[in-house]
Design a binder for this molecule. Structure first.
Ligand SMILES: NC(=O)C1=CN([C@@H]2O[C@H](COP(=O)(O)OP(=O)(O)OC[C@H]3O[C@@H](n4cnc5c(N)ncnc54)[C@H](OP(=O)(O)O)[C@@H]3O)[C@@H](O)[C@H]2O)C=CC1
Ligand SMILES: N[C@@H](CC(=O)OP(=O)(O)O)C(=O)O
Length: 361
């Protein structure tokens, strides 16, 4: 809640895009926030939102957005916002988010630009909210009173780190992880991948995705330095990612093999129990968007499937299935994450809810 006790005023940068539209639906349903300002490019600025956005979600466009005038992404136009969410294209996110930060806004970003900056929490809110310890250092180093930036991860990373975190916490360090993704087309934004490329097809390349996943996992599963000035990524875990685009609208599927560092790995039953029992700080604090069950472990042999499982927990739960022994590593499984909910807008919103509960906003 804001200092006046009402909902927090939320601005959305990149409000017309794929992630921006998801922000608008989720914020309109969330009692902690009120949609205050919507921003996009000069192509959209000055238009009513309903005319600027090519609406792609099956949820109707919320009334509070329809007639709102889209603004340019200029901090002066967002005065009165308690929090700013960004779904900006990465080609412009660095400069625009930097300008909002300099103007002392709390920025929650989906873009890749600031993710690997050591003083910036790269936070999947069901995994590593302990990285908020970096916020005080960010403010001290910059002299800002209120402003800080928290990013969420790449959408495939956000699904992968959830079971990995549970396994690491319960059974000790992981040694090697191999992951192959089957990523939905909404991950490429709009208009994204040409229909002639993706219909009746699979594209075995998503530029830059594999190296992002491999690096982000280490930062998220790592800690922060003793003086909380920088992140401390894991150094002993090796991650290999292979990323593919598949003709699914929403929901990234990932086939994962994991090797534990311990000589004696846990049994498959112990692993299932660990994933089912995993809880996070955002749940314990009663954050509105925290899923009741962080992971839904399915025993059905042919699940998870994107059409059937992507909305688990309102898109905030990760579904994990086909958990079985791996003849090369120790265990393998298939997971599904909703790429624009836990993988993007939903994670940013839960990050902000957590920040509010902890007094950062
Ligand atoms: N889609 C996904 O599943 C995920 C996306 N992300 C990241 O989130 C961000 C948004 O992705 P997505 O929604 O898919 O992308 P889209 O291409 O669908 O949307 C991009 C948004 O950025 C705005 N924009 C583009 N250029 C400018 C500019 N010069 N000034 C101001 N605004 C501008 C667009 O406005 P306009 O309509 O006016 O052009 C639009 O609102 C990206 O950084 C992406 O990498 C992260 C995780 C998952
Ligand atoms: N590249 C992801 C989505 C995305 O935009 O990720 P990032 O923010 O890490 O570039 C996908 O194609 O599904």
């Amino acid at each position: 809640m804001s200092s006046t006790g009402g909902p927090l005023n939320a601005g959305v940068l990149g409000a017309t895009g794929t992630v921006g539209q998801r922000f608008i639906v989720l914020l309109s349903q969330n009692p902690m926030f009120r949609i205050h300002s919507l921003g996009a490019s000069e192509r959209s600025a000055g238009k009513a939102y309903r005319l600027a956005a090519k609406w792609k979600l099956s949820d109707p466009m919320p009334d509070e957005a329809r007639e709102a005038l889209v603004k340019p992404c200029d901090p002066a136009q967002f005065a009165g916002c308690d929090v700013v969410f960004s779904g900006l294209d990465a080609s412009v996110a660095g400069d625009i988010e930097g300008a909002f930060l300099a103007a002392d806004f709390a920025v929650f970003s989906n873009a890749k630009n600031y993710r690997m900056v050591p003083s910036v929490p790269l936070c999947v809110p069901v995994v590593n909210t302990d990285h908020y310890a970096l916020v005080a250092g960010q403010r001290a180093a910059s002299g800002r009173k209120k402003g800080f930036i928290v990013t969420n991860s790449n959408c495939s990373t956000s699904g992968l780190v959830v079971p990995l975190k549970a396994l690491q916490d319960r059974f000790g360090p992981l040694r090697r992880v191999v992951v192959t993704t089957l990523q939905a087309i909404s991950g490429a934004g709009y208009p994204g991948v040409a229909s002639l490329d993706i219909l009746d097809n699979i594209v075995p390349l998503i530029e830059g995705e594999e190296s992002k996943m491999e690096a982000e996992v280490l930062k998220i599963l790592g800690g922060v330095s003793a003086d909380a000035s920088a992140c401390a990524p894991l150094t002993d875990l090796r991650v290999s990612a292979t990323c593919n685009r598949v003709p699914v609208i929403d929901g990234h599927t990932e086939c994962v093999s994991v090797e534990f560092a311990a000589a004696t790995p846990p049994s498959i039953d112990e692993i299932k129990q660990c994933l089912r029992e995993y809880t996070c700080e955002a749940q314990r604090l009663g954050c509105y968007s925290a899923p009741a069950q962080v992971m839904q472990v399915t025993e059905e042999e042919d699940r998870p499937q994107p059409r059937l499982d992507r909305n688990a927990g309102g898109g905030m739960s990760v579904t994990v299935g086909r958990i079985r022994e791996c003849p090369v590593f120790h265990v393998k499984f298939t997971l599904l994450v909703h790429n624009t909910v836990l993988g993007a807008a939903g994670a940013s919103i839960l990050n902000a809810e957590y920040a509010a509960k902890k007094g950062y906003l």
